[in-house]
Design a protein around this ligand. Sequence first.
Ligand code: SAM
Length: 223
Amino acid sequence: MGDDDDDIPQLSSHTLAALQEFYIDQQQREGTKFKPSQGFIQYSVGSIEEDWLSQFWYDDETALCLANEAVLAAGRGGRIACVSAPSVYQKLKEQDGKDFSVCILEYDKRFSVYGEEFIFYDYNNPLNLPGNLIPHSFDIVLADPPYLSEECLRKTAETIKYLTKGKILLCTGAVMEEQAAKHLGVEMCNFTPKHTRNLANEFRCYVNYDSGLDHDSSCSECT
Ligand SMILES: C[S@@+](CC[C@H](N)C(=O)[O-])C[C@H]1O[C@@H](n2cnc3c(N)ncnc32)[C@H](O)[C@@H]1O
């Protein structure tokens, strides 16, 4: 017998890709969005593998810390948007049952396997969002833009400011500190996000509110 994690059935990346194709076809045929049934879809971090789209997944502890921070910041019944940060979305969904709702805005259509909560998003068209996405309707927006360039940050910032009621949690390179302050008014936290692979660039988190990530370099909500 394995431990609990070993008992969770795992889908291969090929099976996930085939499922995604199937759902997209189905949506196009029926003009509807797929609603995944509980227990069928895999939400664990890394269940969709890193691809070529500037994808660097957080390690499990970082994804958990960021998810916990988002839940606390959003408050009871709060709405959370994960922009280009699918691991945090997956970690939030693992905790389903808590009192919050969440959307995943992502360019990688493999994540459309998550159904109605998936919103296709390309930072190059920052306000090209579905009509039913009401401005300033998310209690917190958490974002990790794909590139360390001012253009990418500026455009992603447009989306973030459109979506948020006020709170912003940004993860990006330490080199983006000045631009992050300029475009979003966020400040660097003590907490340092970690990834499953070692990255050449130092990554940091930035917030514009009093957050649990500010207290020390580990996550106060997870320790
Ligand atoms: C640096 S990674 C951040 C992922 C995060 N560390 C996590 O574990 O969830 C950047 C994310 O941006 C997405 N991305 C790539 N191209 C994009 C685009 N044109 N517009 C928006 N997002 C994009 C990638 O698929 C990836 O999820």
